[in-house]
Design a binder for this molecule. Structure first.
Ligand SMILES: [Mg+2]
Length: 161
């Protein structure tokens, strides 16, 4: 069983420039929503994140939304707004959602990266599925259980090849 270390650990999604993705042979991104593209209790990403989404799409990077959220309406609304394939209740770190993404984007996991804010769902799932795992600093610092989760994640918050 692979350990849940990220391949890449960045402050936020906007650091993933098309140039960086090209260098790492990443042709598609599986995007977590809550805590990654926007805080769980907000409805819209920051303008900088929307601008980044446009930039990577124009560079030809394939995108989809892969969320564990039970609030399907939220994932669906966001997917429709952006015109991206979406899946909620993805059950990360199980790999079913990753297989769905491979099929949907027409790319193998070896050319995909999961971008998320949680070690034990996004990063671990990506490692298990054979995707690159990109960890971002969570935007969910206001959640009551945030510091507990951070504590559990602490040993794995470093990049490993
Ligand atoms: Mg998240």
């Amino acid at each position: 069983m692979p350990l849940p270390y990220p391949h890449l650990f960045i402050p936020d999604v906007t650091r993933l420039t098309p140039e960086l993705l090209r260098r790492r042979h990443i042709q598609g991104l599986l995007l977590d929503i809550d805590g990654t593209l926007m805080p769980t209790h907000q409805d819209q990403p920051l303008p900088a994140v929307l601008a980044w989404l446009t930039q990577v799409r124009q560079a030809g990077v394939a995108l989809c939304l892969l969320s564990n959220s039970r609030r399907g309406w939220r994932v669906e609304a966001f997917g429709k707004q952006l015109g991206l394939p979406w899946r909620n209740l993805a059950k990360k770190p199980f790999t079913g959602g990753f297989r769905w993404a491979e099929e949907t984007l027409g790319l193998p996991c070896s050319h995909l990266a999961m971008v998320g804010d949680q070690i034990f769902t996004d990063v671990w799932g990506a490692r298990r599925a054979g995707c690159q795992a990109v960890l971002v600093e969570s935007t969910d610092t206001d959640l009551w259980y945030f510091s507990l989760r951070r504590l559990a994640e602490l040993p794995f918050r470093k990049e490993r090849p």
